[in-house]
Ligand binder design. Sequence first.
Ligand code: A5P
Length: 222
Amino acid sequence: MDSKQTAGEKAVECIRDGMIVGLGTGSTVFWMIQKISELINKGLSIRGIPTSKETEELAIKLGIPLIDFSKIDYIDVTIDGADEIDHNLDLIKGGGGALLREKIVASASRKLVIVADESKLVKKLGAFPLPVEVTRFGWEYTLKNICKLGGDPNIRMIDDKPFLTDNGNYILDCRFDEISNPNKLNINLNMIPGVVENGLFSKMADVVIIGQSNGKVKSITK
Ligand code: A5P
């Protein structure tokens, strides 16, 4: 079995009947969503909060009941993927461009479970360019301010046009080489006018489930 599938399916074991479940975005979480749908067909009752339009469409297609923030005060558990994970369980997310909704959902969650394959584990964050969501207005100026923090940003493009997030914003993919203090960089980036959110998830993950090529999983708890 694919390592991403192993991790995604294992994470579902923490879901209990009646829970509100944050549904992450990406190819690892895809397997978690498939598994939840199977369990719903066998009688499990949960409601999901999707972190992207892509996940929302998949969940609707698979018959997973959804709910929104107007009806709830918190989320019991969120299961999401990551682009990089360090030994403190700090993360880079947003490779798929869903980082803003992912961070809102994660911050509303009592428990954040991250699923990934072994390739996502790193000693230091930063080899993966950090996605930063910025407003379209003034994005060139925002980019210059990110450079002052030591980043080397590039606007994400798709089919020769800037990539648009589900929220109508742009993404700047920022090379930082090595991120020695994720918490500080997270705060400093979010203080720049025009930055909507960035893909550093510092001190948010509770558990990381790593699918391994031998079909087993490794769980890392904070
Ligand atoms: C989406 O914006 C990202 O944060 C994803 O969760 C992350 O890129 C992991 O994706 P995969 O599971 O597809 O590698």
